[in-house]
Design a protein around this ligand. Sequence first.
Ligand code: SF4
Ligand code: MSK
Length: 649
Amino acid sequence: MAREHLKPADRVSDEASCEVIAKALHDGVETCFDRFDAQGIQCKFGTSGVCCKNCHMGPCRIAAKSPRGICGADADTIVARNFLREVVGGCAAHSDHARHLVLRLKAVAEGKGGDYRINDPKALHRAAAQYAIPTVDRSDAAIALDLAHLCIGEFTSQEEPLKTLSLAPRKRQAVWAETGVAPLGIDRMCVESMHRTHMGVDHDYRNLLLQAFRTSLADGWGGARLASMVGDILFGTPTPVRSRANLGVLEAKRVNVIVHGHEPALSEMLAIACNDPEVVAYAQAAGAEGVNLAGLCCTANEILMRHGIPVAGNFHQQELAIITGAVEMMVVDVQCVMPSLPQVAAAYHTEIVSTADIAKTIGATHLRFDDDHALSSAKSLLKRAIDRYARRDPAKVAIPSQQQPLVAGFSVEAIRYMLGGRFRASFRPLNDAIIQGRIRGVCGIVGCNNPKTKADSYINHVVRELIARNVLVLQTGCAAQASAKTGALTPETALTAAGASLREVCETVGIPPILHMGSCVDNGRILEAATEIVLEGGLGDDLAQLPAVGLAPEWMSEKAVTIACYFVASGCDVVLGLPFHTSGSDKVQEFLHEETQKLFGAAFYDVPEPGPAVEKIMELIEQKRDRLGINRALERKLLDMKDRREINV
Ligand code: SF4
Ligand code: MSK
């Protein structure tokens, strides 16, 4: 079927998005779905990874009649080089985000942080203990300054491996040392990778792919991990919080301001400023009841996790939110922001405001965020949005009614506390439940939406099936928001869908069966949770032994490639709903899908359909359980009273 004839319900899963796609058609506004259709059949050279434009003798593309580029590079070299460059893109994105937070922490520690401060001293002391930074008789500012300098060293280290690697189980650290993938400083890894993929440098696909895993570890155990850690210190460690999700969170009688992107610094201030009496009075004077702040993509996740600010939608809904006609301002920072937003906004009264000097878009108003006067910057942005309220055209407004309640905020600290209680916070109950088979295993479901597949559909299918089969689900990013829109992130509704033994565990310890752990940069929290499980004992001594699988169902960004790589390099199998652009090299495919198993104890599995993905995930979990010898424990557990009488127990 030609794509142009696809109905909204073939492209997206939730009713609210369907309604707004139909409205876009009515309003004559183009969306990513139209542009996807306009692209036609996508280039096979690109999708198989055999197109090279790393020098100006090219571009070259590999085909049967031209098996080498002009320089002589073959498909293996070209595919591996392209793959490594994708990993660098992802690592750089997460790590630059982390760098901004680290520099802010340094400024706060030096007394130059403006309206920012150390919001969570416990998180600071936890981090200090992890890195053996002295704390006795020292001020928080002094500790924070040492920590900031240590973090800066994680970017700049030229000869020493990342210090954060030492937070992994010892056995995993040994695997990295043995395979030569322990990363040096984050910046060095990115620069070295770009050097090695320059024309005429590294041509050995294996050497290039090992560097891809090394660079990914600089993200997962470096940049991403630092971003979550420093974010918690500055803005607070997330704890369970109730909120709502989907386009129905927009309000007819309030000034709607949406924050979109990834970095929490400005959105934190907007979350505070929107309830400021001065701002509320200003909105009321403009005829509105107040300001309604909502989020999109991972900036949404950041302020959801810490403030319970509602989520307007995930990646594919960024244009749709504007098309409701009810958004006065969309404030964007970095990553996953479609450059089309100003064109969409031009059909309505919405102003797109970019705030980061490194991320400008033609047609958006660029208002550089003033770090030194963050709160007053946030207030003036909100007043600017309020000024647009009078320009809202009621004839163009159609806010879908759909929204679902959710619970988010599951940092590792929060999970530990919920499992063990305040005085004996511990992962022990979770480990015991896994050993006894009441929880079969854990699945981390991450990533984006992609117009190549019906939005949210794969994610929602797998989540439903896995919890029914007693698998605990950890989510981040837009995948978590997909589940939120179905109402699955509430203990109440999710418990009706969980398998009997998972439900029993969840009821006993008071956790839902699907834990929203944050934004895509927070995937490091999933590794942190996995490490806690290993250290708690009883499930082996390495991450690769855990009955845990990663799944990226509808991913689209380079960050997702990097995340998938650091999961595998950490010993966690990863199922991909959409394949990498590597099919043009059998050797690269074999390396990623098989050889990694020998190197890291984990590999990638391409499973394009959600049903088979569930089976694959269960198979991988059960294999790990078998190897741990814990499936025997389940057999004992399943004996009922009748069985017991029969065997005279
Ligand atoms: Fe072609 Fe080689 Fe240049 Fe790539 S590096 S564009 S394969 S000549
Ligand atoms: S925002 S990277 S679309 S998860 Fe983190 Fe969503 Fe993917 Fe962006």
